[in-house]
Design a protein around this ligand. Structure first.
Ligand code: ZN
Length: 531
């Protein structure tokens, strides 16, 4: 049977921009539009031209995209003609392939929020669609509050959708604006709408207020809708929009959908999905959600020893899809419960081939166990685990020694009479036969220590130029009778690769120093710096 085409519409740059704490710059918008285009998203909604300077500039900027680049805005204001509405005029002038209008479809909102008549709202929809079509644009209508409107007055909600469709809108998008509609309601209402408007002209725009935006999107597709609107990583106001990063692999990898539909995302593009998801977080300076379906670091992680040995033999036994399909990795965790197969698998993943009966495996697991008992957590610190493994197997060169360090924190008044706290660190490093002393100031003792340590590593300096710390987390633990500090440091290099290192000590500076040292040494190993 021929597969039907299902269209994806991304609103990360419009609805996603409503996310608390997210503020896209023009450069962000251009980069994200490029990523979405490469992924094969059919429609990219760029924003609201005329509403703010960034969006206005974005629409004025030249873009070379294959996607249908879409401008968002309101239908003409009630009581005005289409030709006498500056907002609509700006929207029609914007450089875009398509225009997505938003209109009320709940009679209550028409009366109370818009303060106009039901008939004038319908006329506004018809006039706006006609004006955009006359400008040669593809037209979409977002029916705001459609599901609540339909429950209150099905006839009027449908009349709004129908007005746009009859006037020639390519898509009528049913929006669950408040996000409270449940999947069985979505399925029933979309099914009813598709009796009046062909499903290949109907879209769904779901919000995640009951954690069911993705389920609601699929419910709409089952009922006949053929366009899904959503955002990368489920960004969006309140609890977010439907997450395209979860929707895309389900459409591609689950038989029910893969057999029935074609989407614009190729198998090759699907491999980049994890990367796209993480790259967006990177841009927004947010820590990726480890537990995100399909693309999270833990999405294919297994802890118990018995599962690990089964996974190595037969991955399908514990995985619903192949991690490779979405560009993710299988991860077998090393922990107290680690069996030998975990150890071997984890070593293989980091590129160390060791025989299962090699005595050093047993020794490594012993060391991991001892260290975890005093507070180390190697599951959270992949790079420190790799170094420990490499050291136990005897393959990490002794690049340099820190022979002494000194950290000083001082609170005083500066020349302006303001109270300031200044940290200063001095580090003595021995690289081969060279002894070096570096000093640096920092906004705190760990920052100063980091700056001083990385100031001059002699012949190794060039390998760590691109290294930067992206996250620093501290926890106080009770190990045995004493409280100890666990420090986790996340680092990034010039290639955008991330790793985490760990340090544990009763002293926070010492714990931080261990994690900093591991990060630098890991970078040198990774860069294949000569011993
Ligand atoms: Zn929305």
């Amino acid at each position: 049977m021929a597969r039907e085409r299902l269209y994806l519409f991304d609103t990360t740059l419009r609805d996603g921009a409503q996310t608390n704490g997210v503020d896209f710059t023009l450069a962000d918008k251009l980069a994200i539009a490029g990523m979405l285009d490469e992924l094969g998203i059919d429609y990219v909604e760029g924003g609201y031209p005329g509403a703010n300077p960034t969006d206005t500039e974005f629409f004025a900027t030249d873009r070379k995209l294959d996607t249908t680049f879409t401008a968002f805005g309101m239908t003409r204001r009630p009581g005005r003609s289409a030709s006498n509405d500056p907002g609509l005029a700006a929207l029609l002038e914007a450089k875009a392939d398509a225009i997505c209008f938003v209109a009320k479809s709940w009679d209550y909102h028409v009366r109370v929020a818009l303060e106009t008549t039901e008939e004038e709202n319908l006329a506004s929809i018809r006039d706006s669609v006609r004006a955009a079509k006359a400008k040669g644009r593809e037209v979409l209508l977002d029916c705001e509050h459609f599901f609540d409107g339909y429950k209150a007055n099905p006839k009027y909600a449908l009349a709004c959708a129908k007005a746009a469709y009859d006037e020639g809108a390519r898509w009528v998008v049913l929006c669950d604006t408040n996000g409270g509609t449940l999947p069985h309601e979505v399925e029933a209402i979309v099914g009813a709408v598709c009796k009046a408007i062909p499903g290949d002209h109907v879209g769904i725009h779901a919000h995640n207020d009951t954690e069911q935006a993705v389920a609601n999107s699929f419910a709409a597709v089952r009922a006949g809708a053929r366009q899904i609107q959503g955002t990368l990583n489920g960004l969006g106001e309140r609890c977010g929009n439907a997450n395209l990063v979860s929707i895309i692999p389900t459409l591609k990898l689950k038989k029910e959908y893969a057999d029935a539909f074609d989407i614009g995302v190729s198998d090759a593009a699907l491999h980049k999905l994890a990367h796209v998801s993480h790259a967006l977080d990177e841009r927004l300076n947010r820590a990726p959600n480890r537990h995100a379906p399909y693309v999270g670091e833990s999405a294919f992680a297994t802890k118990a020893g018995i599962h690990a040995s089964a996974i190595l033999k037969e991955p399908q036994t514990y995985e619903h899809v192949s991690p490779d399909a979405v560009g993710n990795k299988r991860k077998v965790l090393v922990s107290e419960q680690a069996g030998k197969s975990n150890g071997v698998a984890e070593l293989e993943r980091i590129g160390l081939k060791v025989d299962k009966d090699d005595a050093r495996i047993g020794r490594l697991l012993e060391i991991v166990k001892e260290r975890e008992a005093i507070g180390y957590a190697y599951e959270a610190a992949d790079a420190s685990f790799e170094l420990l493994a490499r050291r136990t197997l005897g393959t990490v060169p002794n690049y340099f020694d820190v022979t002494q360090f000194d950290v000083n924190v001082e609170q005083r008044y500066n020349v302006k009479g303001e109270q300031v706290t200044v940290a200063m660190a001095v580090v003595k490093v021995k690289v081969g036969d060279d002894n070096m002393i570096s000093a640096a100031e920092g906004n705190g003792p760990v920052n100063a220590l980091d700056q001083a340590l990385r100031k001059d590593l002699g012949k190794y300096q060039k390998y760590i130029e691109g290294l930067k710390l992206t996250d620093y987390r501290v926890r106080i633990l009770n190990a045995g009778t004493e409280a100890v500090t666990r420090v986790l440091i996340e680092s990034e290099d010039e290639a955008g690769e991330h790793w985490t290192t760990i340090g544990v000590s009763p002293n926070i500076i010492d714990a931080s120093f261990q994690a900093l040292m591991d990060s630098i040494v890991y970078k040198l190993v990774k860069s294949k710096a000569p011993a």
